[in-house]
Design a protein around this ligand. Structure first.
Ligand SMILES: Cc1cc2nc3c(=O)[nH]c(=O)nc-3n(C[C@H](O)[C@H](O)[C@H](O)COP(=O)(O)O)c2cc1C
Length: 214
């Protein structure tokens, strides 16, 4: 009886937690056009003179798809991952909120309403970038049957993030925007804001968006 009661409470709790999740569908990303690849590579650089603005939903969807979207029928993504662990979660911080990118169905889960960009990137330019992407690795995604140390798993996570970030750099160059990788995140507050579990850890952040004329 006691077990049944606990189970019922658990179901009710999970039910209410699920009901509270706010999901935003994104428009289809633009997967064609842009600058020729070699020109985008030529323009790749780190900028910091970001315009304090917001992207359109279409641009946000395209940015996130470039960063970590699905590009094949089998669910694989625009960046590679060791053993196809797909262990990277991408969060987007904008002027209006903090969102988790759901690459499998091209949507956002609202984590927080409000402007937390300066937590994603603590340097002054971070608070201005249209989007601050925060990359989190979930080491629990590593398959148990392949033994690896935490250090090896983390090395793989940095590499996966690097591939994703380079896509973002190139997409930004193609758009005439800027981007900048940063490790200057608020390591104390971010895990709390993002609700990270013990197996999820911060990797890096990346500011991206239109620039001022400077
Ligand atoms: C792993 C990594 C961490 C970085 N962290 C910061 C940072 O915290 N703050 C910053 O202003 N730039 C940061 N950068 C940007 C570098 O300063 C920049 O890439 C470097 O000066 C070379 O310039 P470029 O990207 O234009 O070639 C980081 C870059 C990388 C790859």
């Amino acid at each position: 009886m006691k077990k049944l009661l606990v189970l019922l409470m658990l179901v009710m709790f999970c039910g209410s937690a699920l009901a509270e999740e706010e999901i935003i569908s994104l428009p289809q990303p633009v997967k064609t056009g842009g600058l020729p690849l070699m020109e985008a590579i030529s323009l790749r650089r780190s900028s910091s003179n970001f315009q304090d603005t917001e992207l359109t939903d279409k641009d946000l969807a395209t940015l996130l798809w470039s960063a970590g979207g699905v590009n094949r029928e089998d669910g694989k993504r625009v960046f590679p991952s060791a053993l196809n662990t797909q262990d990277i979660i991408i969060f987007a911080f904008t002027k209006s909120g903090v969102y988790r990118y759901n690459h499998d169905n091209n949507s956002l889960t609202v984590i927080e309403h409000g402007d937390y960009r300066n937590y994603g990137a603590v340097q002054p330019f971070g608070a201005k970038a249209a989007v601050v992407l925060v990359y989190v690795q979930d080491v629990a995604k590593w398959p148990e049957k392949v033994p690896a140390s935490l250090e090896q798993k983390k090395q793989a996570g940095f590499s996966h993030t690097g591939f994703s970030m380079q896509n973002v750099y190139l997409y930004a160059a193609s758009q005439g925007w800027g981007a900048r990788t940063v490790m200057s995140m608020n390591y104390e507050k971010l895990p709390e804001i993002l609700g990270l579990t013990e197996t999820q850890h911060l990797v890096l952040a990346q500011c991206v968006g239109p620039l001022t004329q400077e």
